[in-house]
Design a protein around this ligand. Structure first.
Ligand code: SAH
Length: 289
């Protein structure tokens, strides 16, 4: 696999315009992770997008050549969800310490506003987690990027598992950095929401599953990387067993006080653990609803 990020088959311009948005809300909504977000003060609005230091993904239009050479479309009316605003978000994430160019390019590729309800879409590129219904949240962009960077560790990953699909945003980012991605969600309406959010992006290398992610996905194991998007008191044993030898798992651990934990499988019965930064995620729960 090359070190280049994947690109979705559709040109962004064909999927970013969902029609008129409702009146936008500018103040971030307080949810888990907003407490720990690193750049709340970095308002996106009225700032020129800083230059991205890292490689930009090439967005390959799937349209026929004749259509591509047509005169450029008029500027899109929704400036708050534009490519430039997303680029500014990526530049902020880079400034916060995420340096992996593959991860930054993936973040620049995925239209985050398409994963949230229209009333919140204008907040899509601030560095905060936001509600997606059922008391769950879309993860903060910095945290998404950081976890993927830690899991990737500069390597090209063949098979990755995410626990907690939510609205599908992180799964779409993962699909840009790994050959095959599996994501599990325990709340059926959110599983359905992720499916409908991802449909227009036509992400061919992503499989969504409805089930209890604490049990993992033995039929697709072993995984080179596993990310948990919800916090438990410990990493479920099934997930440790489904990690390939040499594979890396990143999970938020804790209840009121949480930290990111990196688990590396070093042998058939050996795992090493490393405690990383403070974080705040929704709880990992067993069973399905
Ligand atoms: N990955 C999402 C974050 C979603 S929030 C994003 O891109 O923003 C975390 C999600 O984990 C919630 O949707 C919650 O329902 C789910 N979750 C919690 N426990 C789970 C479990 N045992 N199995 C699968 N999903 C779980």
């Amino acid at each position: 696999m090359s070190d280049k990020p994947r690109t979705f088959p559709l040109p962004l311009s064909s999927v970013t315009d969902k029609g008129p948005k409702k009146q936008t809300v500018f103040s971030p909504v307080a949810t888990p992770q907003t407490a720990t977000r690193n750049a709340a003060h970095n308002a996106v609005y009225n700032t020129a997008p800083p230059k991205l230091r890292h490689a930009q993904p090439t967005l390959v239009p799937a349209r026929p050549h004749a259509e591509r050479t047509a005169p450029p479309a008029p500027p899109r009316p929704h400036a708050l969800v534009s490519d430039a605003v997303r680029r500014a978000m990526v530049a902020r994430v880079a400034k916060q310490g995420v340096h992996d160019p593959v991860v930054l390019a993936a973040l620049d590729t995925v239209p985050r506003h398409m994963f949230m309800e229209e009333g919140l879409a204008a907040q899509a590129y601030i560095d905060a987690s936001l509600p997606i219904g059922h008391q769950q949240t879309i993860s903060q962009p910095y945290m998404v990027a950081r976890m993927i960077e830690v899991m990737r560790n500069g390597a090209n990953l063949a098979r990755v598992l995410e626990i907690g699909t939510g609205c599908g945003y992180q799964a779409a980012v993962l699909a840009c950095i790994a050959q095959e991605v599996y994501s599990i969600e325990r709340i059926r309406p959110l599983h359905e929401l992720a499916k409908s959010n991802l449909r227009p992006l036509r992400v061919a290398n992503l499989r969504l599953h409805y089930g209890d992610g604490m049990l993992g996905l033995p039929q697709a194991a072993p995984f080179d990387g596993i990310i948990l998007a919800a916090a438990g008191l410990q990493v479920p044993q099934a997930l440790l067993e489904q990690l390939a030898i040499g594979g890396r798992l990143v999970a938020p651990i804790g209840e009121r006080t949480q930290h990111l934990e990196l688990v590396t499988r070093t042998g058939k019965a050996d795992w090493t653990r490393q405690t990383l930064e403070h974080c705040h995620f929704v709880p990992l729960r067993s069973g399905v609803v």
